[in-house]
Write a protein that binds this ligand. Sequence first.
Ligand code: ATP
Ligand code: MG
Length: 399
Amino acid sequence: MEYEHILIRYGEMALKGKNMRSFILTLQENLLAKLKEFPQVKIKRTQGRMFILLNGHDPEPIMDICKKVFGIHSLSLAIKVDNDVEQIKEAALYALKKAKDVKTFKVSVKRVNKQFPHGSSEMNQLLGTHLLVNTDDITVDVHHPDVEVKVEIRAEATYITSENVPGAGGLPVGTSGKSLLLLSGGIDSPVAGYLAMKRGVQLEAIHFHSPPYTSERAKQKVLDLTKQLTKYGKSIRVHIVPFTKLQQEIFREMPENYGMTIMRRMMFRIAEAVCQQEGILSLTTGENLGQVASQTMESMHTINEVTNYPIIRPLVAMDKEEVIAISRKIGTYDISILPYEDCCTIFVPKSPKTKPRRDKVNAYEARHDFSESINEAIEGIETIKITSKQQESEFEDLF
Ligand code: ATP
Ligand code: MG
């Protein structure tokens, strides 16, 4: 006897009413895509649950992958047996023995199949006794057991599980539409992207790159961050914008203390153009309130003027420590802290305006025609598709 199933519980998804079917199908698709390298794996849906059939594959690496997939509330290794008391007893004992460091247990029988001849409390008794008799130094604790052996008697079969592992939560990636993530090489924006994905958003990313002031390695860092994000969802396309000329023009033509604000407005303008081209309906940023000079309410108000696309800012209410904790958890922190300059750190004005005003910035921008450089930047975009496995350069001609 061995575990040959993984039982997947959806949690929140079950509440989603008429969308439920498409949510479940997306979750199934996302799981299958992640488990491609395990060719024998099959996924089955039954009322309110999903089962992964391992068909001989080792359960551990598959569990590790599933734990990162959004839309799963919890998962457990499961044994499937016929609706037969002897087989159920044997499986329950196996599940208890497989659990580590167990001193106390509890059996919980759920009889979904009302045709089954024994009631659930009768089965609880029967199985509890069987487990006690066949183990040493393990006792029953109905309130705080180390392990709960769960037995679900369903129409088609009985499933036995012991350990309940928390899933990644959230909603399946792809069920909430697409957003364009403004991805720098910093700590914040990858975390923002992760949190958007957790709410079911499929990401594309845009990065503003200023060679030779920013190096190839700074660009590679952004691609590495993206790759890390694909572990939580599907492949992600990254649009790399050549930003040098526009940045130089801003710092040559505009008052220095407004350079940062105008640069950010240019980023939003170009990002919106990419959204229009790609049919994406929102932007996502790692902006936060009050962290640095450029992130004041006045600054957000002035920068936001150039686009009426919704901007998702998952970090807006978080403390830096919370953001760092997430970035460590999701594996982006160590990449983010690599010391390659990004375009914002290079053209930093000595004293950026912390409270930039819309009327002033509009007056400044009206003095110079940036349209040619903006178009050039958009036309020069290189799009790279990052998958969790390999990285293929598409060099698509997008515009
Ligand atoms: P991060 O840690 O994400 O770099 P930050 O705390 O450094 O953010 P800012 O420099 O004010 O904050 O940037 C705010 C947001 O603007 C970033 O979170 C990111 O979404 C976007 N951004 C900044 N620089 C770039 C860039 N070079 N390419 C794409 N997006 C950028
Ligand atoms: Mg930054």
